[in-house]
Write a protein that binds this ligand. Structure first.
Ligand SMILES: [Fe+2]
Ligand SMILES: [Fe+2]
Length: 290
């Protein structure tokens, strides 16, 4: 599986930033909370893989690393633009993004490179699980505003395409044995606690900043159903989460590469949606828009 960098820019209507999801504003804010993690998070992933680039000798894996970095750079760019729509709507995406950036900078300073890579492979497994679930179950997002739906499906497809790259780097550069296994699995446990605690807080912050839904406690019931009932985003993810603790685990043990046939039709769809909205399907420069 060779990841390919694609310059993709779905059109996200600004007016729908707080209610683009078919299940309403509370679920929209939950998914938007995940978006806040991407710019700083994916830069961290790129850096932690880049740190081992020279230690990798296999030319195939070297090419895959280049594709991985190219894809994550495009995701970072699109999520910066996505998150800016939240800021423009008065939602606290900016301070939350800054918080993630600062936290990851601390990890960069205090953790050895191998521990940073361990965090990356744990979080890449998370993105692969979330992506795989989204692609397998149209009920998760089907019927939502098309541009937002497209940005998430595109991201999910490319996360699937490169899901094993960081892991293959890990296997190539870390000596096999108990230490490698314990570092990988221990990091998954700590990451699970800290990541979901932060998602929870970010979600609450977004909901509380939205006048339209902060007094509607019932909306949280919809989020609980979304995660644990039907479609059950987190419930369905559990077997794959446990699978990570198997000593011989590899991301492609869960073979969902058939989904990747959707990439080209999706890109055509993204271009058609942008054309209908009368906007360019090329991304504005992120820096210029800053
Ligand atoms: Fe990504
Ligand atoms: Fe990724």
């Amino acid at each position: 599986m060779m990841p390919v960098r694609r310059d993709v820019h779905p059109h996200l209507p600004a007016s729908r930033i707080a209610d683009w999801h078919v299940r309403g504003r509370h679920v929209t804010h939950f998914v938007n909370a995940l978006s806040i993690f991407f710019p700083a998070g994916e830069r961290f992933f790129m850096d932690s893989v880049r740190a081992y680039r020279d230690a990798v000798t296999d030319p195939e894996l070297k090419r895959a690393i280049a594709g991985f970095i190219g894809q994550e750079a495009m995701h970072t760019r699109e999520h910066i633009l996505y998150n800016r729509l939240m800021t423009d709507a008065g939602l606290p995406a900016e301070p939350l993004d800054r918080f993630v950036g600062k936290l990851l900078n601390v990890l960069r300073k205090i953790l050895p490179k191998s521990w940073q890579l361990a965090h990356t492979i744990a979080l890449e497994h998370y993105t692969a699980m979330l992506a795989g679930g989204l692609l397998a179950d149209p009920d998760q997002m089907g019927g939502s505003e098309p541009g937002y739906h497209q940005v998430w499906i595109w991201h999910a497809l490319e996360e699937t395409e490169h899901k094993a790259v960081a892991y293959d780097v890990w296997n190539a550069v870390m000596k096999p044995g108990l230490y490698r296994y314990l570092l990988r699995t221990f990091t998954m446990l700590t990451t699970t606690v800290t990541f979901w605690a932060m998602v929870f807080v970010f979600h609450i912050r977004l909901v509380m900043a939205d006048r339209e839904c902060r007094n509607k406690l019932g909306g949280f019931g919809g989020v609980v159903r979304f995660l644990w009932g039907k479609p059950g985003v987190l419930r369905k993810m559990m077997p794959e989460w446990f699978d990570y603790f198997r000593p011989g685990f590899h991301p492609w043990d869960h073979d969902n590469r058939a989904q990747l046939a959707r990439i080209e039709p999706l890109i055509a769809q993204i271009e058609a949606t942008s054309a209908r909205a009368g906007v360019s399907s090329r991304a504005p420069s992120v820096r210029a828009a800053a």
